[in-house]
Design a protein around this ligand. Structure first.
Ligand SMILES: NC(=O)c1ccc[n+]([C@@H]2O[C@H](COP(=O)([O-])OP(=O)(O)OC[C@H]3O[C@@H](n4cnc5c(N)ncnc54)[C@H](O)[C@@H]3O)[C@@H](O)[C@H]2O)c1
Length: 323
């Protein structure tokens, strides 16, 4: 049997797949290779995975009903990471969020229901953005999350609620993971680590929103991968219900200006900064309460931004043949 990873050509999907392949798991990865960002980066991630004989890739769109039925009899775990990501883009192209995050999520659940005899569990990605305008810090999974401030966040919360229905009605064992600003090698070009590195390197100004006062719980990819895999390994041991939600964050909000300073040091170049007001959909601070993730999943983020940012910058320069 294999583990199905959706969004396998994406930043987090590729890193999770590689880690599982390294430990000898069979992985079937799916992705629609959409052009939200440079498709060559997605293809380069897939080339890295293609070296493993225990990996198989299928090009498909999870928003198409029954697109996954072809794998019946082959899958016993699902790690569902495919989504239309990005907060700001949801103001421009709401349809892609409805397709991938609502229709896509329900199709995963329908497929899980269809193979429920063989299925052990589903782990799926939610987001810290569901905390929206909440003023309770650190963000706890026990807090109400009824005030999303972007369509992206609303679709991620809707995914959690749809999962709750399917666990209740069809006893599907599920773990939802609210991820907090993930960065690291093979990261997304629309995220700050990529944008800052690229612009500081080429001497272009960087836009800093919210006058640089924002705080973010930046979480290194390796820590997120460990959290996702331990949720997949352990979710058959769920205690009180068959659907649990956890935060995966660094539990250490960092001021944006300190974060930028680390890119400057790694590149040995000063950033030209243009301060801009906060953008719609942005949250001033993200800060994860990870007590239950530590207790139940053994989640332990160990990579500080002092270590993680130079590792990202190093990858960025190598990937673009700049060193
Ligand atoms: N990176 C972060 O900081 C972060 C934070 C919170 C939550 N998340 C969530 O984690 C998951 C992975 O994020 P990522 O950063 O790797 O994003 P990503 O965009 O790099 O990866 C998502 C992948 O899903 C694929 N995809 C999108 N719609 C699809 C569809 N309809 N059918 C098949 N494939 C489809 C894309 O082509 C892409 O390769 C997403 O669910 C995202 O919402 C990420």
């Amino acid at each position: 049997m294999a583990i199905l990873i959706t969004g396998v050509a994406g930043f987090i999907g590729m890193n999770v797949a590689q880690s599982l392949l390294e430990r000898g798991e069979n992985v079937i990865g799916v992705d629609n290779l959409n052009d939200y960002y440079d498709v060559n980066l997605k293809k380069a991630r897939l080339s890295l995975l293609a070296k493993y004989t225990n990996f198989r890739f299928e090009l498909l769109d999870i928003s198409e009903p029954k697109s996954l039925n072809r794998f019946a009899g082959e899958i016993d775990k699902i790690i569902h990471l495919a989504a239309q990501a990005g907060v700001r883009y949801s103001f421009k192209n709401p349809d892609s969020y409805i397709k991938s995050n609502l229709a896509g999520h329900i199709n995963i659940l329908e497929y899980a229901r269809y193979i429920s005899n063989e299925l052990i569990n589903i782990v799926y990605a939610s987001s810290s953005s569901v905390y929206g305008a909440s003023k309770n810090l650190p963000y706890s999974v026990a807090d109400p999350v009824d005030n999303p401030v972007s369509l992206y966040a609303a679709t991620k919360r809707a995914g959690e609620l749809m999962s709750e229905v399917y666990s209740h009605n069809y006893s599907l064992s599920q773990t939802g993971l609210r991820l907090f600003t993930v960065y690291g090698p093979w990261g997304r070009p629309d995220m700050s680590a990529f944008i800052f590195t690229s612009k500081i390197f080429s001497g272009e100004p960087i836009q800093v929103f919210g006058d640089g006062q924002m705080l973010r719980d930046f979480t290194f990819i390796d820590d997120i991968v460990s959290g996702i895999i331990s949720a997949s390994d352990r979710s058959q041991e769920l205690k009180s219900s068959n659907h649990e939600i956890y935060n995966l964050g660094n539990n250490k909000p960092e001021p944006l200006m300190r974060y930028i300073g680390l890119f400057e040091s790694a590149l040995n170049k000063k950033a030209i900064i243009e301060f801009e007001p906060m953008q719609a959909g942005d949250m001033k601070e993200t800060y994860a309460d990870i007590d239950s993730s530590k207790n139940d999943l053994g989640f332990k983020p160990i990579t500080s931004i002092d270590e993680g940012i130079p590792r990202f910058v190093n990858w960025f320069l190598q990937y673009h043949n700049l060193k």
